[in-house]
Design a binder for this molecule. Structure first.
Ligand SMILES: Nc1ncnc2c1ncn2[C@@H]1O[C@@H]2COP(=O)(O)O[C@H]2[C@H]1O
Length: 270
């Protein structure tokens, strides 16, 4: 099948960038691991229509960390859509991120698909929630394009992933979100970060099956299915998605292989 028969999206999440190239999160210099990921993405994915960045872009909430991100994405030269996570500062993102390539868009039509970006951030909290205004906006947008296969992205997973500590800090109003999905069978996929691991599940509503895709971080990973946070030895990673006009998706996670960023496995949090 030729490359132009699908939309190629690279999902990058939970970058946790700092001002300083030599600052570490759980043993990993996160600016360096992100740069290595971006370089490998460019070298290994032949066609990229869109980079999708789903929050926790910054760890130290500094202007310099967002400037570093914008500069890195400008050098990569792919359209990049960014949304916020619980570690981010929306005002700094709006001030320092937008560029020719970097966009804080909320909706986009691309190759017959609708891409919708929501904010699940609760200012000052680690967990997520979709505000009434966000849910109303989502429903309005879905009603406007009922025949377009749709991918929705936000930071906090809308499903339990089987780690008690993480499930407590994911989306708190999952049911409201899934009720909207039930009324809008054009929704094909929900893409999230926050969990620092690869997790995939089909969510069956009464009227459709939604592909839930949670992707690993470009820096440190958490072990799956654990009662408390345990650092995983898995490499920095990203997810590649191919969206086809008939609404189908193929996807897989890629782990960084060109450089090694071992985490501090003894750390029990950050
Ligand atoms: N030991 C811990 N137990 C529970 N949560 C933690 C621990 N350490 C850090 N966290 C929080 O868990 C969050 C997981 O995702 P974040 O990167 O958003 O930010 C992390 C911290 O806010």
């Amino acid at each position: 099948m030729s490359d132009d028969q699908f939309i190629s999206i690279v999902h990058l999440t939970d970058l946790h960038l700092f001002t300083d190239l030599n600052s570490y999160l759980v043993g990993i210099p996160t600016n360096q691991s992100f740069q290595a990921v971006l370089t490998e993405v460019k070298q290994t994915i032949p066609k990229i229509d869109l980079l999708l960045l789903t929050g926790d872009l910054s760890q130290d909430c500094s202007a310099a960390s967002y400037e570093f991100l914008r500069q890195s994405l400008d050098v990569a030269s792919f359209p990049a859509y960014c949304l916020a996570g619980n570690h981010d500062d929306l005002n700094l993102m709006a001030e320092y991120l937008p560029s020719e390539y970097v966009h804080l868009v909320r909706s986009q039509n691309i190759g017959g698909w609708r891409i919708l970006l929501l904010s699940s951030v609760v200012v000052g909290a680690v967990h997520g929630n979709l505000a009434e205004s966000e849910l109303a906006w989502l429903e309005e947008n879905l009603n406007a394009y009922p025949d377009h296969p749709t991918l929705i992205a936000f930071h906090h997973p809308a499903i339990d992933i089987g780690s008690a500590w993480m499930d407590e800090i994911c989306l708190t109003n999952k049911e409201q979100f899934w009720q909207i999905c039930d009324r809008n069978p054009q929704i094909q996929a929900v893409v999230n970060g926050h969990a620092h691991q690869d997790f995939e599940q089909i969510y069956e509503t009464a009227h459709n099956s939604v592909r839930c895709l949670v992707s690993p971080s470009t820096c440190v990973q958490f072990q799956p299915r654990t009662p408390q946070l345990i650092i995983d030895n898995q490499a920095p990673a990203w997810r590649h998605l191919r969206l086809y006009a008939d609404g189908t998706i193929t996807t897989e996670v890629h782990r960084l292989s060109s450089a090694s960023f071992p985490p501090d496995l003894a750390a029990n949090g950050y």
